[in-house]
Design a protein around this ligand. Sequence first.
Ligand SMILES: Cc1cc2nc3c(=O)[nH]c(=O)nc-3n(C[C@H](O)[C@H](O)[C@H](O)COP(=O)(O)OP(=O)(O)OC[C@H]3O[C@@H](n4cnc5c(N)ncnc54)[C@H](O)[C@@H]3O)c2cc1C
Length: 289
Amino acid sequence: MIPASFEYLRPNTIPEAIAMLQQHGDAAKILSGGQSLIPMMKLRLARPVILIDINRISGLSHIKEEGGYLKIGGLTREAELETSPLVRSKYPILADTSHVIADPQVRNLATVGGNLAHGDPANDHPATMLALGAQVVANGPKGERVIPIENFFLSLFTTALKADEILTEIRVPIPPTQSGGAYLKLERKVGDFATAAVAVQMTVDEQGACRKIGIALTNVGATPVKSKKAEDFLRGKKLDDAALAQAAQLAADEAEPSADLRGPVEYKKGLVKELAKRALLLARERAGK
Ligand SMILES: Cc1cc2nc3c(=O)[nH]c(=O)nc-3n(C[C@H](O)[C@H](O)[C@H](O)COP(=O)(O)OP(=O)(O)OC[C@H]3O[C@@H](n4cnc5c(N)ncnc54)[C@H](O)[C@@H]3O)c2cc1C
């Protein structure tokens, strides 16, 4: 339970942090909330030689609407997202998500940027950001680049971030009126990672038909799963209960869970179907239709 020894660096600016990453290459790791990295170091699953603590860099922690996006700073804590009046009123899917991550102590430190950068398919924000069609902003030696979330998760614990890049911001398109979202998760006990979870974000037109839809699944694949067949099925359709039930079945078909201590494959697929149905119903209710 004691990590291998490491050197600790604490930059004050983003350029300083990037220079450190460039200098130390694969030997270095960014430290944000430390709620995934430190346990992995204690278990010796990660052995960075250098830790670059970005917590003193200003301008990385914010939640604000600007230029058509909800902008979430990479260092924004889960607890800040969970309690933000703006998020609670306009982005309930994000409040749902933060609320079911770990426990209050972890949420006080864990960051939204770290949750995505870690690339763990059991983490909760990846599916939610996929459903929301978010963008990830990465800063590196060549400046800033914007990565669509659909291109961000490459494989287990691997993202599109380069070794010398820092995730500085997440951008969520501001939803039009008559939009609603929900994130529903089943965990074995409070604070656990998901057995499975489903994120849904939708926009409904005046007739109650689906204008825009995002559906994504947590912990049922090597990366978060975007449920494209269910989305294609619902787009343009009237969102009645039968259509939602059919979409939930399609989402379950797209899940690729592994059997483990949390249950066999059939159970997890059944769970996705039920959670998807409930998340779709709740999202529809929140969209006002
Ligand atoms: C008991 C416990 C229960 C948990 N349960 C859940 C859960 O139910 N759901 C869930 O989603 N998570 C859960 N977590 C994980 C938690 O949410 C983590 O904090 C999160 O996954 C990582 O965020 P962090 O800020 O702590 O990142 P860190 O641990 O500091 O870093 C994680 C990884 O991301 C990299 N990184 C971090 N920030 C950046 C950045 N800005 N730019 C580039 N790379 C970066 C680091 O180098 C490291 O490789 C749990 C953690 C604990 C300890």
